[in-house]
Design a protein around this ligand. Structure first.
Ligand SMILES: [Zn+2]
Length: 461
């Protein structure tokens, strides 16, 4: 494998530049004797597991403490763990981005927050906590959406760590890092690569992965690994329920709209105890009919609100794995994870690491425009359906434009109500009727990426 060596070269250049800068300086403040002994054991001596090119030195620690800039995305369950792990590992220049405010239900595991903090931005409180608790650490909070920050912002970091619960946000960030890559004559300039360490958890399952954008598998290369939300087949729900969840889904999907217990057009509100109570009672009746046990009020609310319980220990393990990878990349002392680790402690404990492969025609990182095969008589609706339903694209609300007769034409756009209304009739028109031709370029914008994606329309007969 070439890339760890190259990366280590890239960072070593930075270390050298930095050492020149601090020579003759005052040295870091707020240090005490032995403070970094645990880290120095890894950085100032070699061992059987160190990187073959690693040379023990005192400069690695200085680089981590003073120069290395880390961006942490998310200050929730994974984010709190990550921020603590990174700060205590010697990373003192950390920016954290999170758009959420603290809810009382976060307090059991998001341990940087206290009851008094409820309602305040997670990023601000997490940064304050670490800054006051870890001397010398400078965490800069951004109470923002990742989409509100631009290229100049993302470009300033050496490594980005992600503790998000949203696939769309991950894909957007992945697209942003890919857009920062510089190619010269088709060859990637490795100095433009910002490694992305991505952690994710769901209940007792989690994963940690190392992504070198443009070099190793990106988020979209492995999109098929994020299955769409689990829905039970309707026939099971309607006629052959086996699980308590099937009974609750039956009441939610079939009984609620038919019986309209709280009036016509009143939607089921997972936060309204009267609504949940009604669903719970009817689910119990349904379960009794089929001799199914296990329907509880809590499960009812969980199914209706699609709650996946958050498990603090899973977050801790995945965050630790991610922070270790940040440490390995920043110090070049150890070979990074190659490149996808899964973790599961539902029953016993299981981990497995494999090398996710780049997808040759990945819509995000391959730089090859994708072909869309449709008959001229296909309707625009079918194209839209393909973009959202295809497991390798999974777009959310694609906006389509094309150049027709020399003019830029919006074929369909969902996010602005007035344009949606104006372009909706196009959905039932055929591609031919819309004036599109074979080989035509279609530009598609979507929330899953900061860049407009180009597709080539290939007519089938
Ligand atoms: Zn890719």
């Amino acid at each position: 494998m070439q890339w760890p060596l190259l990366m280590s070269h890239h960072l070593k250049v930075l270390i050298v530049v930095f050492s020149m800068m601090v020579d003759g300086g005052n040295g870091p403040v707020c240090e005490w004797s032995g403070r970094w002994n645990h880290i120095k054991k890894f950085l100032e001596r070699s061992g059987p597991f160190t990187h073959p090119d690693f040379e023990p030195s005192k400069e690695s620690l200085q680089f981590m403490l003073e120069t290395c800039r880390i961006l942490l995305i998310g200050a929730g369950g994974l984010g709190c763990e990550l921020l603590k792990d990174l700060a205590l590992s010697g990373f003192h220049n950390i920016h954290v981005v999170d758009m959420d405010t603290i809810d009382v239900s976060n307090l059991n595991r998001q341990f940087l927050f206290r009851p008094n903090d409820v309602g305040r931005p997670k990023a601000d409180v997490a940064a304050d906590f670490i800054n006051s608790r870890v001397p010398g650490c400078r965490v800069v909070p951004h109470f923002k959406k990742i989409q509100d920050l631009d290229e100049t912002f993302y470009r300033q970091f050496h490594i980005i760590v992600c503790g998000l619960d949203s696939v769309v946000a991950r894909r957007w960030l992945n697209g942003m890092l890919l857009s920062l890559l510089v190619y010269e004559d088709g060859v990637l300039d490795q100095g433009s690569v910002i490694p992305l360490i991505d952690g994710g958890t769901e209940g007792f399952k989690g994963n940690a992965r190392v992504i070198l954008p443009g070099m190793t598998a990106c988020i979209d290369c492995t999109l098929e690994l994020y299955p769409p939300q689990v829905n039970f087949p309707m026939c099971t729900i309607a006629s052959m329920p086996r699980l308590p969840e099937h009974c609750i889904e039956y009441v939610r999907i079939l009984l609620w709209p038919n019986e309209t217990p709280f009036g016509d057009g009143v939607a089921l509100d997972g936060d309204d105890p009267n609504h949940i109570q009604w669903v719970y009672q009817r689910s119990l009746e349904r379960a009794a009919e089929f001799n199914i046990t296990g329907v509880t009020y809590r499960l009812t609310q969980g199914v209706v609100k699609r709650i996946i319980p958050a498990v603090a220990s899973t977050n801790a393990v995945i965050a630790a794995a991610c922070a270790t990878e940040v440490f390995k990349l920043a110090s070049s002392a150890y070979i990074p994870l190659n490149n996808y680790m899964v973790f599961n402690d539902v029953d016993g404990l299981y981990t497995y690491t494999f090398e996710a492969e780049r997808k040759e025609n990945c819509s995000a990182c391959s730089q090859i425009p994708l072909d869309l095969h449709f008959a001229p008589s296909s309707k625009l609706q079918e194209v839209l359906h393909f973009l959202t339903e295809s497991s390798s694209l999974q777009m959310k609300s694609p906006a389509l434009t094309a150049t027709v007769e020399g003019k830029n034409k919006t074929l369909y756009l969902q996010s602005v109500a007035s344009i949606e209304q104006r372009t909706r009739p196009n959905l039932s028109k055929t591609l031919k009727e819309l004036g599109l031709s074979d080989g035509q370029e279609l530009a598609v914008a979507d929330v899953t990426t900061p860049q407009t994606m180009l597709f080539r329309l290939c007519f089938t007969s």
